[in-house]
Design a protein around this ligand. Structure first.
Ligand SMILES: Nc1nc2c(ncn2[C@@H]2O[C@H](COP(=O)(O)OP(=O)(O)OP(=O)(O)O)[C@@H](O)[C@H]2O)c(=O)[nH]1
Ligand SMILES: [Zn+2]
Length: 334
């Protein structure tokens, strides 16, 4: 696994597998026991917009946090001016341990591996059934990122007025994914409700290639004043999409839950992915890896999974799907 490319600014659940373990606790925590709890809604050039109770508070990271970055979805502790009034600035003094991380590997445009969203329960992978054509490799990459980061995937297939969902669903059947099929002209007429049913009481990060109808969908799920125009203006900062690289957390309308809109992620770099984490999403195959060589990629000749499946312990289609997912790690830029 590649670690050297890691942004020193980032921290994550994997770099401290045992939070109460050998790492000495800092003495920061007691000092800020009275810090208010908040959630990061969006980040723009070092300014973090946080929800504190029902107020929107702009904050900066306190220097004492060092290089650790807070990202959208982070639960944080804040001190200072929490009034939320214009031109006030609070300080983030604590970042709570994350339950999940949606991350992206460094690419040509950005040399750092980044956490895009923290603490999301779910990754909604938005794919148009046509216009633009579905790109299964991109879906596979998003699935790997979800499994690696501890998010449950949800396949959202849009533009069903243009093409049937069945062929694509067939490809993903062995993975047993939850999915929902939508079309723009039905969103106001029960379609949004069907999507909402999958989002209730959860935090869902939405990813999708440009043009798939993600904005159309997100707008149908959040309150009108939060709407983004197609083509993209950040509802909190009011700036266009090209000036912000941050995700944006929006409250789900009509139910509890958060929709986290992510900026056009063109591809998921997956160089950071650890196969042993991906396989956790395949509980039926996990036992079969006992006979694997150390640090098995599960995609090599000595992998014990072939014999395990040949012996009838699991469905060959499941192993095939796992291998297809592991394989996309080697096709960067798809
Ligand atoms: N036929 C059809 N068109 C749709 C549907 N949903 C959205 N569209 C259209 O597809 C185009 C792209 O939709 P957007 O919602 O802007 O897509 P996006 O994924 O946010 O794309 P970017 O804004 O480029 O990131 C728009 O012209 C929409 O009106 C649908 O269900 N069916
Ligand atoms: Zn193996």
């Amino acid at each position: 696994m590649r670690r050297y490319g890691k942004n020193p600014d980032e921290d994550d659940i994997r770099s401290r597998p045992n939070p109460r373990g050998s790492r000495p606790r800092t003495n920061i925590r007691p000092k800020h026991e009275d810090a208010a709890e908040g959630m990061v809604l969006t980040v723009d050039r070092g300014r973090l917009t946080c929800l504190v109770e029902d107020r929107t508070v702009v904050a900066m990271k306190a220097r004492e946090l060092g290089r650790k970055a807070a990202v959208v979805g982070d639960r944080v502790g804040l001190v200072g001016d929490l009034s939320g009034r214009k031109d006030t600035l609070a300080r983030i003094v604590r970042i709570e341990p994350r339950t999940s991380v949606l991350r992206r590997t460094a690419d040509d445009d950005d040399p750092y591996e980044r956490v895009i969203v923290a603490n999301a329960d779910q990754l909604a992978i938005v794919t148009a059934l046509a216009d633009p054509e579905p790109r299964p490799r991109l879906i596979d990459r998003a699935l790997v990122a979800a499994y690696d980061g501890g998010l449950e995937p949800l396949l959202v297939l849009t533009k069903s007025d243009l093409a049937p969902a069945e062929p694509l669903l067939e490809t993903y059947r062995p993975l047993g994914l939850r999915y929902v099929v939508t079309r723009r002209d039905e969103l106001a007429d029960g379609g949004a409700e069907r999507v909402r049913a999958h989002l209730e009481d959860r935090t869902t990060a939405f990813v999708g290639h440009s043009g798939v109808g993600k904005t159309t969908l997100v707008n149908a799920l959040v309150a009108k004043e939060r709407h983004r125009v197609t083509g993209g203006v950040n509802a909190v900062t009011g700036r266009g999409r090209h000036t912000t690289v941050s995700a944006l957390a929006l409250p789900l309308a009509g139910a509890a839950g958060w929709v986290v809109d992510t900026p056009g992620i063109r591809s998921f770099g997956l160089a950071h992915v650890d196969p042993s984490r991906v396989i956790l999403a395949f509980p039926d195959l996990v036992d079969g890896t006992e006979g694997c060589p150390r640090a098995c990629s599960h995609d090599e000749p000595d992998c014990a999974l072939d014999a395990w499946v040949a012996d009838g312990h699991a469905d060959p289609a499941r192993l095939y799907s796992l291998r297809r997912l592991l394989e996309v790690r080697h096709h960067e830029g798809d």
